[in-house]
Design a protein around this ligand. Structure first.
Ligand SMILES: [Mn+2]
Length: 344
């Protein structure tokens, strides 16, 4: 039996350790970075020595996050990241639940023999972690970090402004500013506590969402005007981006973040997908409204998974073949795709 969500077990383990390495997933998003810096800063307040590792670079619009300037980019500074891992008495993995999600760094993580704690909110966590803080009903890994902090420190006196801002940005980005995964009423007292501790929702929203480059905004325009395909019969819309598109608009990490959501903004569309042609593979982002599970779909037909209404996947086929395969699959799901969301 997996020992899960047990703060006492975690605290006992913490007593034994001095150096802790925190690791987030490849292509980190706001939740991955925010949960990591939030947890990292909290552990430092507890007197621990903390190293934070990212498998690769994270987007520029997250670089203001307190503590994020200390994150080691394992792709760029591999030796430094491996050193931090080897020095660690404990590893904490945040916002992912399968080791392959750290990309090239997974080999190092697999070789690590100390305790590995998982803090995550995705479905079906992999076996082999020492302790699990997993709750799929949580909005984000950052919310789970908040829960851990609150259980250790119920008065939240250790919730500094910097920790609060980190966790707020994680919850805000993973819920699309409280648009999805945010129906749990228990989430809102936590938001209140974060704001009380000094997180500034207006400022954080501006720092995250009003920072597009001109190229990114034009890529959005190009995507919607020239690369959007609507399949009304299947209540599906998708956007595809080729190498050339990315090159034309000087694509940088994070530029397509949130782009897939525009597909679902069309009335009557229940499944939205973004196909992005990368070197050697096609990156697939999937979103759905209502009952259609993009997690099941991504797991069954592509390499990937995530949540019921938001998932990511990869295809090793050419872009054209990937899209063809996708279109061929849609008739199999016509019943589920035709269930529209309605007010209940
Ligand atoms: Mn997350």
């Amino acid at each position: 039996m997996k020992d899960t969500n047990n703060v006492d077990t975690f605290l006992k383990m913490l007593q034994e350790v001095e150096n802790i390495a925190l690791i987030m997933h490849l292509n980190p998003d706001g939740d991955a970075v925010g949960a990591t810096t939030g947890m990292g800063l909290f552990l430092e307040e507890m007197g621990k020595s903390v190293a934070m590792i990212s498998p690769n670079a994270f987007p520029a619009f997250l670089r203001w996050i307190p503590g994020s300037n200390r994150i080691i980019n394992a792709e760029k500074s591999t030796d430094k990241a491996v050193d931090a891992l080897n020095k660690a008495d404990m590893v904490i993995c945040l916002d992912f639940n399968a080791r392959h999600r750290v990309g090239k760094f997974s080999g190092h993580l697999e070789k690590y023999t100390g305790p590995v704690i998982l803090i995550d909110h995705h479905l079906e966590p992999e076996d082999g972690f020492t302790h699990y803080f997993c709750r799929t009903s949580a909005s984000s890994a950052s919310e789970i970090v908040f829960d851990i902090i609150q259980e250790i420190n119920p008065e939240l006196s250790s919730l500094s402004k910097d920790i609060a801002a980190s966790l707020y940005v994680g919850i805000m980005t993973d819920t699309g500013s409280f648009n999805f995964s945010s129906n749990d009423p228990d989430l809102y007292p936590k938001i209140g506590a974060l704001v009380k501790a000094g997180a500034d929702p207006e400022l954080i929203h501006t720092l995250v969402y009003s920072t597009s480059s001109e190229n990114r905004t034009r890529l959005l325009g190009h995507s919607l005007l020239n690369r959007l395909v609507v399949l009304k019969a299947h209540k599906t819309a998708y956007i595809y981006l080729t190498h050339q598109d990315l090159k034309r608009f000087h694509f940088r990490v994070g530029d397509t973040e949130g782009l897939v959501n525009y597909t679902l903004s069309i009335k009557g569309i229940n499944l939205g997908v973004l196909f992005t042609e990368r070197v050697g593979h096609v990156k697939i982002s999937l979103r759905s409204k209502g009952e259609f599970s993009v997690n099941d779909f991504a797991r069954k037909h592509f390499t990937g998974g995530g949540h019921k209404n938001a998932a990511g996947a990869e295809s090793k086929m050419e872009l054209r073949d990937t899209i063809q395969m996708f279109e061929d699959l849609l008739p199999l799901y016509s019943e589920e795709l035709n269930k529209d969301v309605e007010y209940k």
